[in-house]
Structures are given as C-alpha cells and as structure tokens.
Design a protein. Sequence first.
Length: 145
Amino acid sequence: MASDYLIVNKKILPDYLEQVIQARELLSSREVSTVTEAVKIAGISRNTYYKYKDYVFLPEEVQNARRAVLSLILKDEHGALSEVISVLSSLMASIITISQSVPVAGKASIIITLDISRITGSAEDMITRLKSIHAVTSAHLDAID
C-alpha cells in the first residue's frame, strides 16, 4: 500500500513551499487580511499559494491537527453514507459537518468536516479504511488544520 506522504528534509525542497506556509500563517494569524497581501509578503504568486496551500504543513501542524476536510464519491446505494459514518465513528473522529450532493449517474459527492483531535491512527489510515468500503469510489483528504 503506497503512501501519499513523505518525510523529507526541507533542504531538498524548493523555497516556495516554505513561503506557502509563511503566507498561510500570515492569514491565520490575521497579520494580513487577503491572500494578495500574504503572497506579496511571502514573495510567491497567488497561483503557487493556491496550488500548494493544502499540501504542505509543518510537523507540528499535523501533530496538533484538530480538523480535517474529506471529499468522497459514494455509489447511490442504501446505507452507503451510514457505513462511512460508522467507520469514522470507530476511529474516534467527530463529524462537524456533512454536505451531500444529489446523486447523479448513480454517484453522490460528499464533503465531511471532522474533528480529528482524538482519532485513533493517522489521517492516511482513515482514508485507507474509507476506500475499503464497497460503496466508496473515491476518498481524498482535502485539508487538515
């Protein structure tokens, strides 16, 4: 089972990844009020910020993560969402919000926001468990905070 995550020394990564983190921190600390201001101070383009903002984190951000946003595509089958909720509950993830689209062509899009502060295992383990559900055709970790 291949992992989507690596642990690497930042010395081998391009500088702009640290600048993305800097811009995100400027926004979260409210030192600036817009993405335009944040990226100008960080010295990167808005495109670079939006391309990487949900994919680069400092180790302490992931270890202290409290919320995660998942996107799933479910087959339009009876009990599919219930099974997803059951798996999340078994992992000690608390659901904050669920948004479900109307099924089209036999599939529905689901966005779930979770409190993962007490989750057992890793976010990657959670995604793997969700992907193992028969009715789940796609599961992706969109953001972690």
